[in-house]
Design a binder for this molecule. Structure first.
Ligand code: DC
Length: 235
């Protein structure tokens, strides 16, 4: 049976949003949608089509090509997760690289790109039962989501986690570079004029600094259980 709710999870880069989202989906049999991977896939598309580099950003070229950029997700039964596809190609690993991370905030500022991806995201949530993570989900994509979390953690803690992930993927990068990238993205994501990262008024704050995954899940499950119990009582 579907849960007739959507859950919005927003927050800073690398603070554990996807870990929380996946745990919720597993427990409540909901569908996970990682909107950051959509912006990352569009960024990879831009890089591969020479729309952006360290020295230029050709927005009109990007907008001319954007109809040729198709992002979708395919569930992978082998590791029980969904993979991001760009024009039919599995780009799940490539979009997590530091090369993509360096440019993604610039791409995420382009209003036409945001509109295209937000329409897609809203469409995915019409039948409910989804957990969507990003920056503007509770504030803009699904302002009426039944439950909203805003996740954060100390920036050093976040950089350590990200550095570890990138090392596992053999991305050769220094800790300082990772830290710098996270700080820059936080700054850009929070201050952009269109749909910036903000905590929706009704979002529950979750700080994952020095908190184990078990304990963080326990807190979150308790909140969801309370919501679902109240819902059932009011039916
Ligand atoms: O969640 P992430 O770190 O993979 O997201 C990558 C970038 O995409 C992030 O720096 C900002 C952007 N983003 C956004 O602007 N809006 C979203 N809903 C999700 C991500």
């Amino acid at each position: 049976m579907n849960n007739l709710i959507n859950i919005a999870i927003d927050g800073h880069s690398s603070c554990g949003k996807s870990t929380i989202s996946k745990a919720i989906c597993k427990k409540y049999k909901m569908i996970y949608i990682d909107t950051g991977s959509m912006y990352r896939a569009v960024t990879l598309f831009c890089l591969e089509n020479n729309c952006i580099s360290e020295s230029f950003f050709d927005i009109s070229k990007l907008l001319n090509l954007i109809d040729k950029c198709h992002v979708n997700f395919i569930y992978d039964r082998i590791d029980d997760s969904s993979k991001t596809f760009l024009n039919g190609r599995n780009v799940e690993d490539e979009i997590r690289s530091i090369r993509v991370s360096k440019f993604v905030s610039q791409i995420a500022k382009v209003p036409q790109i945001r509109k295209k991806l937000v329409d897609y995201q809203r469409n995915m949530g019409v039948d409910k039962n989804i957990v969507m993570d990003g920056r503007d989900i509770g504030s803009f994509v699904f302002p009426n989501a039944e439950i909203k979390f805003f996740v954060t953690a100390d920036v050093l803690d976040r950089a350590k986690r990200r550095f570890l992930q990138l090392s596992i993927n053999n991305d050769s990068i220094s800790f300082d570079e990772v830290l710098e990238n996270i700080k820059k993205r936080d700054q850009s994501d929070s201050t952009r004029s269109i749909n910036p990262l903000i905590r929706a008024e009704d979002a529950i704050l979750i700080d994952t600094t020095n908190v184990s995954i078990e304990s963080q899940n326990k807190t979150i499950f308790k909140i969801i259980n309370t919501y679902l119990a109240n819902e059932n009582r009011n039916r």
